[in-house]
Design a protein around this ligand. Structure first.
Ligand SMILES: NC(=O)c1ccc[n+]([C@@H]2O[C@H](COP(=O)([O-])OP(=O)(O)OC[C@H]3O[C@@H](n4cnc5c(N)ncnc54)[C@H](OP(=O)(O)O)[C@@H]3O)[C@@H](O)[C@H]2O)c1
Length: 285
């Protein structure tokens, strides 16, 4: 039997699979089948968001799978439009209803934008009522993260940020470690940008282990204790992406991957006012 997924222990003792499955950009009408396939492949952690427009389909797949709820780890995220204390509480209820669940494993503030301090207060209450096992944030650069921690009672369990071979976030991870915040990678493959899947360094390391570039990337991230949630609509790739626990990268290979870092996003900068304007105006329902 293939070696099993590893569990990471969050700052409140909750355990989360280090390897999960993301559904960003999976069309609503395909999501139920895709998540059904992912659960059948062996994924137990699913990452969605209100803004992905596919929570209901994720919920149908969960229900249809028959997998006991306690074996699953379900994450969703609150969009900017719904920040604020009362709005956040309502939006949490809406996500729970769309997912068909009575609690969440992880609820994240999707972006460090809007009235997210009020949202955090609402989330702290929901966490206190055991309606969420762990609360966290996403796309928080270190200054925003430290400020949120400094002025609130509950330290985020997770910060989900863009992390891949071209934007490695080593210093950010160190800072999060010092504050007890678990780093979670979004876009582990940079969505294929910069020709990631044909990168010669990653391909050469892969051939030394009989593994694909995707497997090298996921192994490299999880060996750094980064939680990963790769997305694929293809069952063959779902299985491939899970099959990363039977090999180790050497120190030399880790160093070679580290040299691919550009230190910059390959998507967009959350400090860019035009992007802040665009994200803040985006409506999800
Ligand atoms: N918090 C945030 O702001 C945020 C932002 C972005 C993403 N996320 C989360 O992070 C998850 C992952 O990131 P992502 O979906 O943006 O991108 P990603 O996982 O880096 O890349 C997905 C792309 O890689 C392809 N792929 C997957 N496995 C492959 C393999 N083994 N070989 C070759 N190609 C492969 C997929 O194609 P196919 O589907 O055709 O296989 C898809 O085009 C998302 O689904 C979402 O849950 C969060």
């Amino acid at each position: 039997m293939a070696p099993q997924n590893r569990l990471i222990t969050l700052n409140n003792g909750v355990q989360m699979p280090i390897l999960g499955f993301g559904v960003f950009q999976v069309p609503e009408d395909q999501t139920e089948q895709v998540v059904t396939d992912a659960l059948a492949a062996g994924y137990r952690s699913i990452d969605t968001a209100a803004s992905y427009g596919n929570e209901e389909a994720v919920g149908r797949a969960i229900k249809g799978s028959g997998i006991p709820r306690e074996e699953l780890f379900i994450t969703t995220k609150m969009w900017i439009q719904h920040t604020g204390e009362d709005t956040a509480k309502r939006e949490f209820d809406n996500s729970l209803r769309r997912l068909g669940l009575d609690y969440l494993d992880l609820y994240l503030i999707h972006q460090p934008l809007g009235d997210y301090y009020s949202s955090w207060r609402a989330m702290q209450k929901l966490y206190g009522e055991s309606l969420i096992k762990a609360i966290g944030v996403s796309n928080f650069y270190p200054d925003r993260l430290v400020d949120l921690i400094r002025h609130n009672d509950v330290t985020p369990a997770v910060n989900q940020i863009e992390t891949h071979p071209f934007f490695q976030r080593q210093a950010d991870q160190q800072l999060m470690r010092e504050h007890g915040v678990q780093i979670e990678s979004w876009g582990p493959f940079a969505e294929g940008r910069n020709d990631l899947f044909t990168n010669p360094v990653l391909a050469e390391i892969g051939s030394a282990h009989g593994k694909s570039v995707a497997q090298v990337v996921l192994r490299w991230l999880t060996q750094r204790d980064v939680v990963v949630i790769p997305k694929s609509v293809r069952p063959d790739r779902m299985a491939e992406n899970l099959d990363i626990f039977d090999f180790d990268l050497t120190d030399d290979e880790m160093t070679r991957v580290a040299a691919l870092d550009t230190g910059a996003t390959v998507f967009f900068d959350h400090h860019d006012p035009a992007m802040v304007e665009w994200l803040g105006g985006r409506r999800v329902d």
